[in-house]
Design a protein around this ligand. Structure first.
Ligand SMILES: C[C@@H](C(=O)O)C(=O)SCCNC(=O)CCNC(=O)[C@H](O)C(C)(C)COP(=O)(O)OP(=O)(O)OC[C@H]1O[C@@H](n2cnc3c(N)ncnc32)[C@H](O)[C@@H]1OP(=O)(O)O
Ligand SMILES: [Co+2]
Length: 134
């Protein structure tokens, strides 16, 4: 059911510093910051030859990544995003298997303009999983 790895997301305490480090120290192709108010984050995508890295920084008062950054003040890997062909079919199969779909259970439009859903990290070996329909 899952396909390619779309991105690995890293929550960071300083977005400008992280972007500069990836651009200047690691020599990566770093994009511009994008505010995602529906998701409570500002993101920067880094294009690698085989996948993307998503730098995440909290946006607004109720960011879903604030608790994670409070627990991990230096930052850390926050989620991985797998591609799926049919997000509603994927959701229904996961729910039937007992996995917790976060939020309302309905897909939201993600940073690439495509539908996304999140699965509870405690149901996936401590790893928050995002699904993106491509
Ligand atoms: C723009 C879009 C895109 O790419 O298109 C994005 O990615 S938006 C990316 C941002 N959006 C999201 O993350 C949306 C989905 N996330 C959420 O709904 C939330 O962040 C939760 C995953 C439910 C966690 O919420 P919160 O931190 O308030 O809950 P909590 O403190 O009660 O955490 C419950 C337990 O899960 C752990 N926990 C929390 N966040 C975690 C993470 N990212 N990875 C692994 N474990 C995590 C906590 O340490 C705790 O474990 P213990 O109990 O053992 O201490
Ligand atoms: Co993401």
């Amino acid at each position: 059911m899952i396909g390619r790895l779309n991105h690995v997301a890293i929550a960071v305490p300083d977005l400008d510093a992280a972007a500069a480090q990836y651009r200047n120290t690691l020599g990566a192709n770093v994009g511009a910051p994008q505010d995602e108010p529906d998701h409570g984050v500002t993101v920067i995508f880094i294009e690698l030859p085989n996948t993307k890295i998503e730098l995440l920084y909290p946006l607004g008062d109720a960011s879903p990544i604030q608790g994670f950054l409070d627990k991990n003040p230096a930052g850390g890997i926050h989620h991985i995003c797998y591609e799926v062909d049919d997000i509603l079919a994927a959701r229904d199969r996961l729910k039937a298997e007992g996995a917790r779909v976060l939020g309302t259970g309905e897909p939201k439009i993600g940073a690439h303009g495509k539908p996304v859903l999140f699965l509870h990290p405690k149901d996936f070996n401590g790893c928050l999983v995002e699904l993106e329909q491509v």
